[in-house]
Write a protein that binds this ligand. Structure first.
Ligand SMILES: Cc1ncc(COP(=O)(O)O)c(C=O)c1O
Length: 391
């Protein structure tokens, strides 16, 4: 691959407070494993972002800040050029994280015991945060068919009638990496709008399209979608700056926007830090070349894992993602109950993956593998896995 960036470079992340490393002991009960779990990447952030932050550090005064037009224009241009989505500045607000963003939306638009629909297997806080806020989860499980997930619209039509107030959509989908089609999104929008169910579209993985795939922002698929959605996005996963915490919401509908933005404003939750605004701006202004190259590298990692497993460990199957640096691994042929599957990965293979059931009981028999790392890390991991399976 012809690239300016060296994604093969192994970088020591120890002593940087990285959760991926520092929480190994508490989460997996062992430090002696290869960390392939929490969803950040082991690659250097684009140098143009680091450079911009270095220059700002050199200035030496870090007083209160406000976002300027460079920040908003960077987002507006990014959405237009990358996702063919035209938005106005007034429809954008900073939020201090995507999970916090949907927690605030739950708080602002629903009451305790209200029903909220999610479609598992899905990113764990969709359930955890909703339940912590004392709302009732209504599951509309995805259907796994021919090696990929699809939404169950028949069941959604039924559960939509039960008085649910909100649906949290994962677009693209985590853990499977599925990019939903326009037709699927239109159908979802129709059902939700017609049943007065507001949609929170978590699009944190939007930019991480693998070569040849195109993300479709939910709010762009129809008027019903545009008028009934809070979209949550961030440069955090895209450019490996999750620790900087810089996310934003886009809300087209005026009534929904005022209610959500007033909620944020009243609590000053719409105020970012110096580096949140700066990193986001430089990411969107200067990061696209890096992003395209990193996703080519990630595609190479996915292909490598897939062909290695087919050749050496055919009991394990890759659910091919359309987006993200995460692989949903179908381990059902090993025929192990989930706890044994987890123990197998931790203690026999010495690997730290996310257990499938974290994403809902529908994840039984699956594990989630993070391939946002140098290829050599995956070579070591797969070698461990091959030996463990052969034991
Ligand atoms: C679907 C999804 N939403 C949100 C997040 C986390 O976002 P944040 O760190 O901005 O809260 C993740 C991280 O893995 C994710 O996969």
């Amino acid at each position: 691959m012809n690239t300016k960036y060296n994604f093969d470079q192994e970088i020591d992340r120890s002593n940087t407070n990285s959760i991926k490393l520092e929480a190994l002991e508490s989460v997996f009960g062992s430090k002696d494993i290869i960390p392939l779990w929490i969803a950040d990447m082991d690659f250097l952030t684009p140098p143009s972002i680091t450079q911009a932050m270095k220059q700002r550090v050199e200035h030496g005064i870090f007083g209160y800040v406000q976002p300027d037009e460079h920040y908003f224009n960077a987002i507006i241009n990014w959405l237009k050029n990358r996702h063919h989505w035209t938005v106005e500045q007034e429809t954008i607000s900073f939020i201090p994280g995507v999970v916090k963003g949907f927690a605030f939306a739950i708080d602002a638009f629903t009451n305790q015991n209200d029903k909220i629909i999610i479609q598992p297997p899905v990113y764990p806080p969709f359930k955890g945060t909703t339940e912590d806020l004392k709302r009732e989860i209504v599951n509309n499980p995805l259907i796994f068919e021919n090696g990929q997930y699809r939404m169950d619209f028949d069941n959604l039509r039924e559960v939509a009638k039960t008085g649910a107030k909100m649906l949290i959509l994962c677009n693209p989908q985590n853990p499977s990496g599925r990019i939903w089609t326009r037709e699927e999104l239109i159908e979802l929008a129709e059902i939700c709008y017609d049943n007065n169910i507001i949609v929170i579209s978590d699009e944190i993985h939007a930019d991480l399209e693998l070569p040849g795939n195109k993300h479709i922002p939910f709010a762009t698929v129809s008027e019903k979608a545009a008028q009934n959605t809070i979209t949550l996005m961030a440069p955090s996963k895209t450019f490996n700056i999750a620790g900087i915490v810089s996310s934003f919401a886009v809300v087209d509908n005026k009534k929904i926007r005022e209610r959500y933005f007033d909620y944020l404003e009243a609590r000053q939750l719409n105020q970012g830090t110096i580096f949140a605004y700066l990193a986001a701006q430089y990411a969107y202004e200067t990061g696209e070349e890096w992003l395209n190259q990193v996703m080519e590298y990630v595609q190479g990692n996915i292909d490598f894992v897939d062909s290695y497993l087919q050749e050496h460990i055919p009991q394990l199957r890759v659910v091919r993602p359309d987006a993200s640096f995460l692989i949903w691994l179908d381990c059902r042929e090993l025929n192990l109950p989930q706890t044994e599957l987890e123990n197998f990965f931790i203690h026999k293979a010495k690997l730290g993956l996310n257990s499938g059931t974290m994403f809902g009981e529908e994840g039984e028999g699956f594990m989630r593998l993070n391939v946002g790392c140098p290829r050599i890390t995956l070579e070591k991991a797969l070698d461990n896995l091959k030996k463990a399976v052969a034991l």
